[in-house]
Write a protein that binds this ligand. Structure first.
Ligand code: ATP
Ligand code: MG
Length: 223
């Protein structure tokens, strides 16, 4: 084992609808693991998104695609707790559950794209999130860190002075990390499928094959 691996600490989680998972999610996840040396990054597909319409396909199908997408990197894991829990997938419930499992001292890091982060003031009990985890915000093409005032004041109280703080405390800090941009979104992929255009190279090949074989995203049926 290398020194880098010996010093790994922290559990990162990345929630999403993953409708479908794509290379924007996956490159973000591996960049974060390489830069921060967390022990693992868990992808947590939601059951029912709270702030957007219902997913276009079943939770089982979204989960299957996440599982096939992560097989090439052992640091990536999938955590199906929101799907098992059913109902609206509130992040605060998930953070409390994961915190209870990993114990009070282990760093827990919630990774959010800038678009998700900017919507935080609309989330259930959003001011409590930081008591259970750090928030690691990653840049996303088209979304500038131009914080609305309520969120700005909140960030002032919690902004980490260095990224190192995310591994020195179990929770309580916000850090913004700029990553190389991949302008890919699930909605873009769904739109391409609907037009019967190629989705190659936007997502892992097995996921692409699964979408094509199961004729997903070809019409507007909501399940
Ligand atoms: P949709 O287009 O349906 O909204 P999405 O591509 O935004 O889907 P989500 O499953 O909603 O994907 O996103 C899950 C998380 O991943 C969010 O925190 C989001 O900000 C982040 N994310 C998604 N795509 C990217 C990307 N290309 N670069 C960085 N972060 C991303
Ligand atoms: Mg989105």
């Amino acid at each position: 084992m290398t020194t880098k691996q010996e010093q790994a600490s922290g559990v990162a989680i990345m929630g999403g609808t993953f409708d479908p998972i794509h290379n924007g999610h996956l490159r973000t996840a591996v960049e974060i693991l390489d830069r921060f040396n967390f022990n693992e990054l868990r992808l947590i597909p939601c059951f029912q998104p709270v702030h957007k319409g219902l997913p276009s396909i079943t939770a089982k199908q979204r989960l299957a695609m996440v599982e096939m997408a992560i097989s090439s990197d052992p640091r990536l894991t999938v955590d199906a707790r929101e799907i098992v829990r059913e109902g609206p997938s509130y992040s605060i419930d998930t953070l409390k559950e994961v915190r209870a499992i990993i114990g009070p001292d282990e760093p827990l890091i919630m990774v959010l794209g800038m678009d998700s982060f900017l919507s935080i003031p609309t989330w259930a009990n959003w001011q409590e999130l930081i008591h259970y985890a750090h928030i690691l915000v990653v840049s996303r093409p088209g979304w500038e860190p131009d914080l609305i005032s309520e969120l700005n004041a909140f960030c002032e109280n919690y902004r980490a002075a260095s990224s190192h703080e995310l591994q020195c405390a179990p929770s309580g800090f916000i850090w913004l990390e700029t990553l190389p941009s991949l302008e890919i979104s699930s909605s873009m992929i769904r739109a391409l499928c609907k037009k019967q255009e190629s989705i190659a190279y936007l997502l892992p090949e097995p996921v692409q094959t699964y979408i094509i074989d199961n004729q997903l995203y070809q019409d507007n049926v909501t399940l």
